[in-house]
Design a protein around this ligand. Sequence first.
Ligand code: ATP
Ligand code: MG
Ligand code: MG
Length: 547
Amino acid sequence: KEERSLNFLEEIVEADLAAGKYKSIRTRFPPEPNGYLHIGHASSICLNFGLAKKYGGSTNLRFDDTNPTTEETEYVESIKDDVRWLGFEWENELYASDYFEQLFEYAVKLIKNGLAYVDDSSSEEIAQQKGTPTQPGHRNKYADRSIEENLQLFEDMRAGKYKDGEKVLRAKIDIESSNMLMRDPILYRIKHAHHHRTGDAWCIYPMYDFAHGQSDSLENITHSICTLEFVPHREVYDWLINKLEIFPSKQYEFARRNLTYTVMSKRKLLQLVNEKHVSGWDDPRMPTISGMRRRGYTAQSIRDFSDRAGIAKRDNIVDVGLLEFFVREDLNKSALRRMVVFDPVKVVITNYTKDEEFLKSENNPEDPATGEREIPFSKEIFIEREDFMENPPKKYFRLAPGQMVRLKSAYIIKCEEVIKDAEGNVTELHCTYIPESKSGEDTSGINVKGTLHWVSVKHAVTAEIRLYDRLFKVENPANEEGDFKDYINPDSLQVVKSVYAEPALKNAKFNEAYQFIRKGYFVLDKDSSTSGMVFNRTVGLKDSWKP
Ligand code: ATP
Ligand code: MG
Ligand code: MG
């Protein structure tokens, strides 16, 4: 694999280790369990776990579950499945909600040091008093409450004496700061809501800014990596850690991973699911890890993609073709070759007199260890309708009247006669074969340019296939005018109910990748049952992306 230069986070880690700042590093991946993970999260996972792996550190999986109303246990399970599937192991499985008591104590410490106060203002009043980026804010009378009064009120908030929104706890930082987030940010709000883990134990919940950094610190996280929108939060992060005198975790930011022809926010993905534009979070067209897995993307290809797309300090959007390039590259090495005819026309080989024979064909020319399989051949075969032309242009190397082609792993055939129905549609092609032209032992001396895939009619098995196209018609639907859903591609799913496959596919396995020769990479879908197989096209064969 080609060497790439260090990214800026690797440079920071190497410098910290060289300076003896830490003996070893610790990172964390901190999903909020309010949706399924997507390819953007995959980049964050690869980055956090990858850094720790590379430098002999460790990574925690921490559920950032401080918002009781949007979080669910179903999401926790799917997140764990996805991280494991991507090939990473966490040191500890942790929940920010496990720190609620400790966080409460931290808040009490701030109050005791005169660094936090209970404010009775409404959120509108607070926003108004905070001012604007060009106009300083001003404190209200609640900022002058005594430490004793604040301690009592905060205890009362916890005890449930107040309704939602009646009071908040705010840090006393700098109401005139040029950073709006430093203008006495809210640390706690009242929310009488059931939490997926703590149940009804709490009716006050910490804000992101009072949970994330403190959780990092409690876990001795050395490098806390997040996305660019948290840059202005860093000042609050450092202020709180400093005032609480706890382990000095450091926050670093990189640009979110964006991909063309899709959307990446969980809120938007949830809309696609709820409004049934897709069949679920794991619909193969979704940019979710579970969707990509179902579609047949490999964990290796996603890791390679994340690494190659790299990390940036400025927002950007990466061509989905790059991801598909790595998917193809990986599948080319592992996929078993099979022949499947999507839109058949029957070929009768008039001079073939045997009942049937079994021909050998390699499973994967890239990997001889996968061996060979037997393919039945007989007098009647299917070829792809589009592989025949009655009046071909020059340099047409497929089948045409009087023209010869090779049938993959079988014989050379020549088209002798075209049979049509009353409307002029081609119903059958009558061909002859050259007995001496058998693949591997060809003594015919005939050279043909075209090779076609085919299946024997009487041995064929049928399957349904699902062909996917981009979910959106435009590169960046989130950036377009109006609703992003107006840009959904109505033709993103094409179903072919019955295709004809060589019998080896009867034993298709869920964890095996296939290349349908000349058609693309395919994987068995979970909708398959004993009564019928369903295959998803993972990706076509042709590359749109040039390295
Ligand atoms: P979304 O906007 O999709 O809901 P989020 O940031 O709210 O994303 P979290 O569950 O909080 O989702 O994300 C967990 C981690 O993954 C965070 O550290 C976050 O910064 C990171 N992350 C989320 N989306 C991306 C992305 N598109 N690219 C890179 N990292 C991401
Ligand atoms: Mg988040
Ligand atoms: Mg979010």
